[in-house]
Design a binder for this molecule. Structure first.
Ligand SMILES: Nc1ncnc2c1ncn2[C@@H]1O[C@H](COP(=O)(O)OP(=O)(O)OP(=O)(O)O)[C@@H](O)[C@H]1O
Ligand SMILES: Nc1nc2c(ncn2[C@@H]2O[C@H](COP(=O)(O)O)[C@@H](O)[C@H]2O)c(=O)[nH]1
Length: 216
């Protein structure tokens, strides 16, 4: 699957793959959720994680919550498109969840960390990588605290990791600053729409060249 995803992006995988990464608390889940409410052509995937569920989280909805041994098995079976250690737990995206949908022409959005985003780029060169930045580190901490889902030591760890993560922003195709939510959402929608138009035009151009060469 890994190799076929590399040759993909072209004829075999007509759908688009969007990757949204951000430091924890920057607002990527909120932005992606709002995007999905407006745009039914794009679907999320449910990641696997070794983290324990928090609050109202349900197995199979926010994540597939699995044990370390189960995660090891998935790694050994090459079941992940990407996976990474993030804030002391492992998280991964199953290949099948992505490949099935984009093969049928649907679009997929992944909400993952920057390490996973870089792995996706290596496997699927057509993926569009979007990084969400908070307006400041102070506001990032305030959002994590207001969200009220993580213990203070977990918030401290996420804040320490945030600086490392934010330094990766320049490797992404697009950077959105999530200060005013509606403005950031508009930027995200515009990127998705522009990619669809660009990719459709590329595919049309390729078909025309093949037709002209008589190798349809
Ligand atoms: N533009 C914004 N202004 C103010 N608050 C915001 C904004 N965007 C998101 N938030 C709030 O910030 C908090 C963190 O947002 P969210 O959970 O979407 O972050 P995240 O990047 O997905 O974090 P994680 O990676 O930990 O899941 C939430 O309480 C959300 O309502
Ligand atoms: N590389 C991956 N990173 C992932 C995936 N799913 C989520 N994440 C990242 O984990 C952090 C923390 O998430 P939380 O739910 O514990 O707050 C989040 O910021 C994501 O960037 C994944 O499948 N692969």
């Amino acid at each position: 699957m890994r190799d076929s995803l590399v040759s993909a992006g072209e004829a075999d995988y007509p759908g688009n793959l969007f990757v949204v990464a951000a430091p924890s608390g920057a607002g990527k889940s909120s932005l992606v959720k709002a995007l999905l409410e407006l745009d039914t052509r794009v679907a999320p995937t449910v990641s696997h994680t070794t983290r324990a569920p928090r609050g109202q989280e349900k197995h199979g909805r926010e994540y597939f919550f699995i044990s370390d041994a189960e995660f090891d098995d998935m790694v050994a079976n090459d079941a992940f498109l990407e996976w990474a250690n993030v804030h002391g737990n492992r998280y991964g995206t199953a290949k099948r969840a992505v490949a099935d949908r984009i093969a049928q022409g649907g679009d997929v959005v992944l909400e993952i960390d920057f390490q996973g985003a870089m792995q996706v780029r290596r496997v699927f060169s057509n993926a569009v990588l979007i990084f969400i930045l908070p307006p400041s580190l102070e506001e990032l901490r305030a959002r994590l605290e207001r969200r009220g889902e993580d213990r203070p030591d977990v918030i401290d760890l996420r804040m320490r990791n945030a600086s490392v993560e934010m330094a990766q922003a320049e490797k992404f195709d697009f950077v959105i600053i999530n200060e005013v939510f509606e403005r950031a959402l508009f930027d995200l929608k515009s990127i998705v729409q522009a990619q669809r138009l660009r990719y459709a035009a590329q595919r049309r151009a390729r078909r025309d060249v093949f037709a002209a060469l008589g190798i349809a």
